[in-house]
Design a protein. Structure first.
Length: 404
């Protein structure tokens, strides 16, 4: 992986892997906390006097703030470079402390207003940690090991789906949803302590400013990748934010099965991540189009076959398999579109990704309150259909130009 002109200078410690693992635990912590309400939605909403749709704001609000904050972190970190400050390390430590505070505030929230305020703090953490952690691999390990280090750092996302969200749901079922947030607060503090212990100093080589962002405004492949990200992520979270009530009310599962079902979804997501990662390295556009087709078919088929536990389980597994490949396939698209500006591309990607989460969760909540749970499935399918058409059109243009 080549470093961009704005990339920080590498720092190759004698044994960098504890720091890499610590960064992976940071992504695990923030993604688990971001997605925690998904597995606890029907428990949180009535206890705080919220409707199911309003509870979706617990996902959309922090994501929206993360979308704004991610590019700002890159720019601010660039300015810190001129003062010879360890931007990445300090930002990561401060944001992890803020994450612990957000979890504690969520656990103690007496009303839905306090809960949303706590999720505002989380939004700052999401954007900042992703913007910092996304570029740490090249700073910590030699070039030959960057791929493995990146996989470990971003493996925190997959682990959050497999372990974090189901465990949160399990704790919520057994001890109450407040305990789930409380446990994550303590975990965030432990990760912060680990960062202080193992993370080396990470000086930055040069600054990133608005000029680097503007330089990419005519990159059509990058623009297409960002639009695809927005469509696929918004469509997914329009429905997935309400997967618990969908499984309970539409597929007729008992609440005791939710944690196991989300675990199965997460395992399918890990499989999808590795399959898509291998495929996207060679056939990026085809891989993204296949993922879009899967995310189109799942909500449509849920309307037909999702009314039984068997149908709901089968579709949930396909859903996990398809969405599990979204992050790695789209990030591969971004890297190929602008390999010379990785930090800027990562910031744009994180921003648009979280915008998609925010719009999807917010739009889904409005539809659920107005028309019921099944109403989110149609627009989710429509957004995936738009992504499929865009990817197909891009593939046709590539074929005419003689590129892959």
């Amino acid at each position: 992986m080549s470093l961009s002109l704005s990339a920080p200078a590498p720092h190759h410690a004698r044994n960098p892997w504890p720091a890499v693992i610590a960064a992976g635990l940071a992504t695990f912590s923030v993604v688990t906390t971001e997605m925690l309400p998904v597995g606890l939605l029907t428990a949180i909403a009535p206890s705080l006097g919220m409707t199911t749709g309003q509870a979706g704001l617990m996902v959309s609000l922090p994501a929206l703030l993360a979308a704004v904050f991610a590019p700002l972190v890159v720019v601010i970190a660039g300015r810190m470079d001129r003062r010879r400050m360890l931007a990445a390390l300090l930002a990561l430590l401060a944001l992890l402390a803020l994450l612990a505070l957000a979890n504690t505030a969520s656990a103690l929230a007496p009303s839905w207003g306090w809960m949303l305020a706590a999720r505002v703090l989380l939004g700052l953490c999401i954007g900042g940690i992703w913007a910092v952690a996304g570029g740490l691999a090249a700073r910590l390990v030699p070039a030959a090991a960057v791929g493995l280090a990146t996989s470990i750092i971003f493996g925190g996302v997959a682990a959050a789906s497999v372990l974090g969200v189901p465990m949160g749901a399990l704790i919520g079922e057994g001890a109450g949803w407040r305990w789930a947030f409380g446990v994550m607060a303590w975990f965030s503090v432990l990760v912060l302590a680990l960062q202080l212990w193992v993370m080396p100093a990470l000086p930055v080589r040069s600054a990133v400013g608005l000029r680097q962002f503007l330089a990419l405004r005519s990159n059509r492949a990058l623009q297409a990748g960002l639009v695809l990200t927005l469509l696929l992520v918004a469509g997914h979270f329009m429905a997935f934010t309400f997967v618990r009530p969908l499984l309970l009310a539409v597929s007729s599962f008992d609440a005791q099965w939710i944690a196991a079902l989300l675990l199965a979804y997460g395992l399918a997501g890990i499989a999808g991540n590795f399959i898509a990662g291998l495929a996207a390295a060679h056939k990026t556009t085809l891989t993204v189009a296949t993922i879009a087709l899967g995310l189109l078919l799942v909500p449509l088929l849920w309307l037909v076959f999702g009314g039984s536990p068997t149908g709901g389980l089968a579709l949930l597994l396909v859903w996990g398999l398809a969405y599990g490949g979204v992050s790695v396939a789209l990030m591969t698209w971004m890297m190929k579109a602008a390999p010379q500006a990785m930090e800027v591309v990562a910031a744009l990607y994180v921003g648009v990704f979280n915008t998609g989460i925010a719009l999807g969760a917010w739009g889904g909540g409005a539809l659920v309150d107005a028309w019921g749970l099944s109403a989110v499935l149609w627009p989710a399918a429509a957004l995936a259909s738009a992504a499929l058409m865009l990817a197909t059109g891009h593939a046709l243009r590539q074929r005419r130009m003689g590129t892959r």
